[in-house]
Design a protein around this ligand. Structure first.
Ligand SMILES: C[C@H](N)C(=O)N[C@@H](CCC(=O)O)C(=O)O
Ligand SMILES: [Mg+2]
Length: 368
């Protein structure tokens, strides 16, 4: 079975409300979509967001890197799978989101070739997951309204974006949301690098002293401030989750071995795909820690892949943040993960279970 054609295009999907974090505001998903086809008529899909401020990936830079990679993949045997993964990982440094999209398409194809859903190819598991939902950083009354709407839709875990205002505003927003939704809704905070280590400790301790038990706090400090991350982990009771601080297995090893965070957020767009995500999950298992499986602002192709991964590694994945498609006002995809409030169910179809992607623009085809 040979790789015969690689098609790249772009999708745009509007969001229900603007997505606002400490580092960016966006109103739509605008992602690269890759389709890899074999000479036997199989097609596998992948997706990559241009999260420049986190991964450094832009639509143009990913397309330029694909110009290099696609010709090297064409004509190769799909079943030389590990060699293909190495080729993707080693042909270019960085470009983690493009690598993820290519790997996802190849894993999709491999599972389709074996006639099984991807999570079964990866080891099996229960194909149902429960995700949190993101509450963007905004004025307090907007955040409370968004939180109440999410709870009314069935979500019992909120990921509240902080770090974009003063530390006192952050404390006030979190306490107001907790008062509004009640103690049975789990609260996660994500500062997206928006605090210094000392500010993070100040905010988290103020919330702890107010009697609000946070489930976790994600990436309180700058991505490269590992000493700051460790300071926060050591000076608060709330579990600390490393997100932007952990892309590669090397990053994960350092964070886990030094106890700089309690939990690691695995995103396919940071690891460069499924093969390295497996390595990070294995490292976490080795260090007797757990992981979150998260997403960037992505639509249903790559989030479906992340859900398949999370299902297969459920022993080490305790937290799910796969709300990308939930934040979208519509879908460009047929098949793939089904969503019902916080519940994600994976189809019993081969591969990712995606049958079509609509509205592709800027299409380019690489052929043998
Ligand atoms: C969408 C998800 N819940 C999330 O918050 N992901 C990122 C930010 C993604 C982005 O800016 O595209 C995170 O920091 O966890
Ligand atoms: Mg995060």
């Amino acid at each position: 079975m040979l790789i015969k054609r690689i098609t790249v295009g772009e999708i745009k999907v509007p969001l229900k409300v603007p997505f606002k974090t400490a580092v960016r505001t966006v109103t739509e998903v605008h992602d690269l979509v890759i389709c890899i086809e074999t000479d036997t008529g199989l097609a596998g899909y992948g997706e990559a967001p241009a999260t420049a401020v986190i991964t450094g990936d832009l639509l143009g830079s990913m397309r330029a890197a694909l110009d290099l990679l696609a010709p090297r993949l064409l004509g190769r045997k799909l079943m030389d799978f590990n060699a293909l993964l190495l080729l993707i990982q080693r042909s270019v440094i960085h470009h983690s989101s493009l690598k993820a999209a290519l790997e996802i398409a190849l894993y999709d194809l491999r599972a389709r070739a074996f006639g099984v859903p991807l999570y079964q190819l990866l080891g099996g598991g229960d194909p149902q997951l429960k995700t949190d939902i993101t509450i963007s950083v905004n004025d307090l009354d907007v955040m409370v309204k968004d939180a109440l709407r999410a709870v009314a839709e069935g979500f019992d875990c909120l990921k509240i974006k902080v770090g974009g205002h003063t530390w006192q505003d952050d404390v006030d927003s979190v306490l107001a949301i907790e008062r509004a939704v009640g103690p049975h809704v789990a609260l996660r905070l994500d500062a997206n690098q928006g605090w210094t280590a000392k500010h993070a400790v100040l905010v988290i301790q103020a919330i702890e002293k107010a009697g609000v038990a946070l489930e976790l706090v994600e990436q309180p400090v700058k991505a490269d401030d590992v000493a700051g991350l460790k300071f926060v982990t050591e000076h608060t009771l709330t579990p600390v989750l490393a997100d932007e601080a952990v892309f590669s297995t090397r990053d994960a090893l350092h964070i886990l071995a030094t106890g700089s965070a309690d939990i690691v957020n695995i995103k396919l767009m940071k690891t460069g795909g499924i093969s390295q995500a497996i390595e990070v999950a294995s490292l976490a298992r080795l260090h007797q820690r757990t992981c979150m499986v998260g997403c960037m602002l992505e639509s249903a192709i790559s989030v479906t892949a992340a859900a398949h991964f999370a299902v297969a590694f459920e022993d080490v994945v305790s937290y799910i943040d796969l709300d990308g498609p939930q934040l979208c006002a519509s879908s460009a995809v047929d098949g793939g993960m089904r969503m019902n409030g916080p519940w994600i169910t994976l189809p019993d179809a081969p591969g990712l279970g995606i049958t079509a992607v609509h509205g592709l623009t800027h299409i380019k085809v690489f052929d043998v």
